[in-house]
Design a protein around this ligand. Structure first.
Ligand SMILES: [Zn+2]
Length: 668
């Protein structure tokens, strides 16, 4: 019986497309490569149940047994992303409907309405049979529900079932139609409704009410979360293995909601060398969501591509990309996919082995990765990512509110959080968690809440108590300024004016042609971005003031600071640039000595991603480093460290080659 332990190094595999002999050869090659986990049965419904009620699990049982014999673990997927033809023929209304009332046809994937009751019953029967059949497989590690459960075509399903459920969703939220009319101020343009059933589903060719668009996105999200949760529950009835669902870094469906009932957080991402850094933000978010394992279930081994092969990636990219999940505390890196398909969709997508069974050009790196994962396994399993002192709020509702009504012209919610708030802290060597608003605050020294329009009473109350105990809350801009449906509040910034001891005089959207300058209390000069609130201070103190080139806001406070208990509130009127955020966060800006309390320490150049690790009792254990921009990197160690990949001992100044990973264990 196979005993498979993390880190998992694996791949998706579709044996239903290959002969028994080829499967044997593939498994032999997997073993030789060092693969220890394979993801199976995703999309395989037509082979698992070729006719209604006639299950055929024999082929899958044979593959799983052969993998077990090769000491390779298995993640089994529910096939619900692809209802087979006999099912969509029998119930054509399983197929989702577009905003013009046209149903889609069979022939792609994700061709289902998440609210179709009959479809959910078929899934339940399939999942029950699948789980009962395979739960006892000795090499089974976990279950994946569906695949990349997006809002259909980014707009959702407009079928009669969804319409009815949307109206009940609104009724449940508002109670009476009068309350909805009043909350959305529907006297404007005579939009008032007489009953919930009259409310239209928001089409993309109509200038609909932003609250309607937000509610529709929330309803679609809830529908998908309900659809996935139902599958989690069926599996958990019969299985004690880990259950999760794999998602891309996409907005609209909150990873927080989607993983509430999951045992493992799964993530799929495909980035090239130009934007590899963009995915760090997502890892910081996903690793923080649950105290559960994080599995990277999909990334490409050599080249993205679906209908066309995308550009070559430099040697070493595969190595860095494959290490990222482990660097951020994850325990699995799986490729999509092992063997390229023979025909059909996504034929140009990267794979470890091509359709002819020949290794692709990054095979050498893949094989070395398996060796390096194994030689670092003990260190990785005995240490954890150093806890973060700083957290940044990222809110799936804020994402929807800004989509329905952006508020500022230069509004791109997640990239603003990433580029102006997360990145400066990461570059300064800080560990940062990206957290949803529901996340626990204790343990953080600083919490930053940029562009968080809606704050509920519960969060206000937790933030206040946490500040009283010494927390530094950096809020704004555009935080606490709207209700949950995107409407204005009684006061422009809810409770924040009173808490910060100031009055907001003017609110302006930024225009790059007219930059507004700031003079801060640290003696620094910078420009704001995205949004400008001009404050008049009372009990609060100005931590930055708009300078002489700030037009009507010159002389007004741009950042206001006020003591609250042992902590403080820092209210931002604008998005800070240069080092202002670091200074407000009380971060050392003189170097990148992230481990100064626990020597030996390191500093490194900007192009190095460095994630410190600690032992169970919190002692500095080492650091995982990756050069991710294809340039030479500089590293300064104040003690000795061993690279577990190579056995080399380093101290002092170290030059890091482009696209290199180092697993450094500190030596006493
Ligand atoms: Zn529907």
């Amino acid at each position: 019986m196979a005993v498979i332990k993390p880190p998992y190094f694996g791949t998706a595999y579709y044996p239903e497309g290959w002969s028994d002999q080829r499967v044997d050869e593939d498994i032999r090659q997997m073993k030789e490569t060092g693969i220890n986990v394979v993801r199976l049965a995703e999309f395989a419904w037509s082979r698992l149940e070729p006719e209604e009620g006639k299950y055929d699990f024999g082929w899958l049982r044979r593959v799983i047994s052969k993998l077990d014999a090769a000491s390779i673990g298995v993640i089994l997927c529910t096939p619900s992303a692809t209802p087979p033809i006999w099912l969509t023929e029998k119930y054509p209304d399983i197929l989702p409907m577009d905003e013009n009332g046209r149903r889609t046809t069979h022939g792609a994937r994700l061709h289902y309405c998440p609210n179709h009751e009959v479809y959910q019953e078929y899934i339940e029967k399939m999942n029950e049979a699948l789980v009962r059949e395979f739960e006892d497989a000795p090499n089974l590690i976990g279950w994946q529900v569906d695949n990349e459960v997006y809002v259909w075509q980014g707009k959702g399903c407009f079928c009669p079932d969804c319409a009815q459920k949307f109206h009940r969703f609104l009724q449940q939220r508002y109670g009476t139609i009068d309350k909805l009319n009043q909350s959305w101020q529907l006297t404007l343009w005579s939009q008032e409704y007489q009953n919930f059933d009259q409310i239209p589903l928001p089409r993309s060719d109509v200038w609909h009410h932003p609250a309607l668009k937000t509610a529709w996105m929330e309803f679609q999200e809830d529908s998908i979360v309900g659809y996935v949760n139902r599958q989690y529950r069926t599996i958990k009835k019969y299985s004690r293995k880990l259950v999760g669902t794999d998602m891309m870094p996409a907005p609209l469906v909150s990873h927080d909601k989607l993983t509430k009932e999951a045992d493992v957080v799964m993530f799929n991402h495909y980035n090239d060398e130009e934007n590899l850094g963009n995915v760090f933000f997502w890892f910081e978010y996903l690793k923080t969501l649950r105290s559960a394992p994080l599995w990277n279930t999909e990334t490409d081994p050599c080249g993205n591509g679906s209908t066309a092969r995308q550009a070559y990636k430099p040697r070493g990219f595969c190595t860095v990309n494959s290490w990222l999940p482990l660097m951020f505390g994850g325990e699995a890196n799986l490729y999509w996919h092992w063997r390229a398909h023979r025909a059909g969709h996504e034929l140009m997508h990267g794979a470890v082995i091509d359709a002819h069974g020949r290794p692709t050009h990054t095979y050498g790196e893949v094989r070395q990765l398996a060796v390096d994962f194994a030689s670092s396994a003990d260190f990785l399993n005995r240490t954890t990512v150093k806890p973060a002192e700083i957290a940044i709020h990222y809110d799936a509702l804020a994402e929807k509110l800004f989509l329905a009504q952006p508020i500022a012209a230069e509004m791109d919610y997640q990239p603003i959080l990433r580029d102006y708030f997360y990145e400066p802290l990461r570059r300064a060597g800080q560990r940062v968690d990206i957290i949803p608003p529901s996340h626990e605050l204790s343990g953080y020294r600083v919490v930053i809440s940029p562009l968080l329009p809606y704050i509920n009473e519960e969060l206000y109350s937790r933030l206040y108590s946490w500040m009283e105990e010494g927390g530094i809350w950096i809020a704004g801009p555009l935080t606490g300024c709207r209700d949950a449906a995107g409407g204005q509040l009684d006061k422009p910034l809810g409770r924040l004016e009173e808490w910060a001891g100031c009055i907001r005089r003017y609110a302006l959207a930024a225009n790059k042609k007219y930059p507004f300058d700031l003079d801060d209390s640290f003696g620094g000069k910078s420009n704001g971005a995205v949004w400008y609130d001009g404050f008049q201070t009372a009990e609060g103190k100005a931590a930055a003031v708009y300078g002489n080139s700030s037009y009507e806001l010159s002389g007004m406070a741009a950042v206001v600071e006020r003591q609250i208990g042992k902590g403080k509130l820092i209210l931002l009127g604008t998005v800070p640039q240069n080092d202002l955020l670091l200074r407000l966060s009380e971060v050392d800006t003189t170097g990148r000595a992230a481990d100064t309390e626990h020597l030996p320490a390191y500093w490194g150049s900007d192009n190095l991603l460095a994630v410190s690790r600690v032992t169970a009792d919190g002692q500095a254990a080492g650091v995982l480093l990756a050069e991710f921009r294809g340039q030479k990197g500089q590293l300064q160690l104040s003690g000795k460290a061993e690279d577990l990949r190579t056995g080399q001992i380093f101290s002092g100044r170290v030059e890091v080659s482009p696209w290199t990973v180092m697993v450094l264990r500190y030596i006493e």
